[in-house]
Write a protein that binds this ligand. Structure first.
Ligand code: HPA
Ligand code: ZN
Length: 321
């Protein structure tokens, strides 16, 4: 069946990474910004492997220059979510890509993002530091997050190259965000092994892990995740597009779930990976035979793990029935 109209929740979606290449190309032309040769002949993002992906991603963000650009981007993201009946999403947004780390400017960008609106979709933000920009910048980003924590900014996270520095180098930034009342997630175990997930859990005391799929290599870690209920934000289409796993057949999402680990499903950076939530569901049905009950259970896990307040969750629960 087509899963397009089935209600969905998405917890791992990079705002800048959700920018359509045509939109980025248009902005770059409008503003005469040289973002380099990041598109192929068909106009899609062009990269090979994770290192190049990050370079192209960062180049694309250079076309996003004003609060209005971020408002238009957020509006288009909301429209795409609505098309796939994603009723609730949390999006990673990096102040580093919003006109520098000036707190005044960050508030303006944030305000612009919140102006975007599509009926039937609730969007919340997770302010995100970039690991390979280093711990000092991460602290500044955490300050941006702490200063704007509230109804829209519900979490703090970390993306970027997992092998840049040690997880513990970022503990201060995560402590600041925690003290400001923000909920915490960090990328780990996408490229790094199980130890990178352990380090992230122990040093950053997060409650969700972005990806975390390499946890499958350590049975003790799998047991620990199952016992503690730490949630994995799994992005199967992303993992296959970037070559973390050669195919969904070899992807550990079903094994993790069957071992009792709380897994959720997201798209990460949909136009980069030529995916959307409907396709993710379709592929999970095709390869693992997941059906209505499985996807309802997936929604329940995601709703429980969402960083929004209890009232929002209660209202959402009704739309997921
Ligand atoms: N991993 C790390 N950083 C990222 C990703 C990802 O999948 N997407 C955007 N930034
Ligand atoms: Zn990600």
């Amino acid at each position: 069946m087509s899963w397009k109209t089935f209600p969905k929740i998405e917890l791992h979606l990079h705002l800048e990474g959700a920018a359509d290449p045509a939109f980025i190309r248009g902005l770059a032309q409008e503003k005469s910004v040289d973002i380099g040769g990041i598109f192929d002949e068909e106009g899609a993002y062009k990269y090979s492997g994770f290192g190049e992906f990050l370079q192209v991603y960062e180049a694309a963000t250079q076309a996003l220059q004003s609060p209005e650009d971020f408002q238009r981007l957020t509006q288009s993201v909301l429209e795409n979510l609505a098309e796939h009946n994603v009723v609730y999403a949390e999006t990673f947004v990096s102040p580093d890509f919003c006109g520098g780390r000036d707190l005044g400017a960050w508030r303006e960008y944030l305000h612009a993002m919140q102006e975007a609106h599509v009926e039937g979709v609730t969007l919340k933000g997770i302010v995100t530091c970039i690991r390979h920009f280093g711990p000092d910048k991460a602290r500044e980003t955490a300050l941006c997050a702490a200063e704007t924590a509230g109804d829209w900014v519900v979490g703090f996270g970390m993306g970027g190259a997992e092998d840049a520095g040690k997880a513990g180098d970022f503990a201060y930034a995560f402590d600041m965000a925690r003290e400001a009342g923000l909920r915490l997630t960090s990328h780990a175990g996408e490229w790094g092994g199980a130890q990178s997930v352990w380090d992230t859990i122990n040093d950053l005391r997060i409650e969700r892990i972005g990806h975390g799929v390499h946890a499958i290599e350590d049975p003790k870690l799998v047991d620990y995740l199952a016992e503690t209920g730490l949630v994995l934000e799994v992005n199967p289409g992303s993992n296959i597009a970037l070559g973390v796993y050669p195919s969904l057949e070899q992807h550990p999402i079903a094994k993790l779930r069957d071992a009792g680990v709380k897994v959720t499903v997201s798209t990460d950076d949909p136009p980069f990976f030529h995916t959307d939530m409907t396709q993710e569901f379709e592929q999970l049905e095709r390869v693992f035979g997941w059906g209505v009950d499985d996807f309802h259970a997936l929604n329940a896990t995601a709703l429980d793990a969402a960083f929004c307040d209890a009232d929002t969750k209660e209202a959402l629960a009704k739309t997921l029935e």
